[in-house]
Design a binder for this molecule. Structure first.
Ligand SMILES: C[S@@+](CC[C@H](N)C(=O)[O-])C[C@H]1O[C@@H](n2cnc3c(N)ncnc32)[C@H](O)[C@@H]1O
Length: 180
């Protein structure tokens, strides 16, 4: 399954223009809360894609590790970090089907536009107390049901033990920002 995922995502990323410094940003849903993201400390970006959010965090002063199954995306993320002069953004190919890569607790755990229910608990435990969890995924709310989409209320149930700062689900997307 992961081989298929890797090949599919590699093809998709090869077909897109490479990410440029102009693309560096927080995912749209978290932008109103940008001020809550720290300017020091550490972060993990789970399924980081081409690293646009990880480099945003690194530019802010956070040391970030981004992981993705696609070697094409990781190569682009590294190139983007270099172009932006962000030595604090490090990227590695990882198959998250095998769980989170090992590491110390972080101040920010970002997982944008990726959903693997098996990672819900490990992601929460990877954040230090007071740290921020930012997750978003496709949702069945405002879209046809699918096993790839979060069910209504799913993120709030999965991350409800945290102190939820804000959350939403509409137009086929669900997101949640919380503190541990
Ligand atoms: C919709 S993209 C989101 C990328 C990025 N987080 C963003 O918001 O732009 C989903 C990402 O999940 C990655 N992915 C899919 N299956 C994976 C797996 N088993 N392990 C690690 N990454 C995976 C893909 O390569 C892709 O980059």
């Amino acid at each position: 399954m992961s081989d298929d995922d890797r090949d599919r995502w590699d093809r998709r990323y090869r077909g897109m223009p490479p990410a440029s410094p102009d693309d560096v940003c927080l995912p749209t849903v978290f932008r109103p809360f940008a001020h809550l993201f720290p300017t020091t400390g550490t972060a993990m970006d789970v399924a980081c894609g081409r690293g646009t959010a990880a480099v945003w965090l690194a530019r802010r002063g956070v040391t970030v590790r981004g992981y993705d199954i696609s070697p094409v995306a990781i190569a682009e993320a590294r190139a983007l970090a270099q172009r932006c002069g962000c030595a604090g953004a490090l990227f590695a190919v990882a198959d998250l089907d095998g769980g989170l890569p090992p590491g110390d607790p972080v101040d920010v755990l970002l997982c944008a536009n990726f959903r693997d229910r098996r990672l819900d608990e490990p992601m929460q435990h990877r954040v230090r107390e007071g740290g921020l969890v930012a997750v978003s995924a496709l949702s069945e709310v405002g879209a046809a049901p699918s096993r790839y989409r979060a069910a209504p209320g799913e993120l709030q149930r999965a991350f409800g033990a945290l102190d939820v700062v804000a959350c939403g689900e509409a137009d086929g997307r669900a997101w949640l920002l919380a503190r541990r």
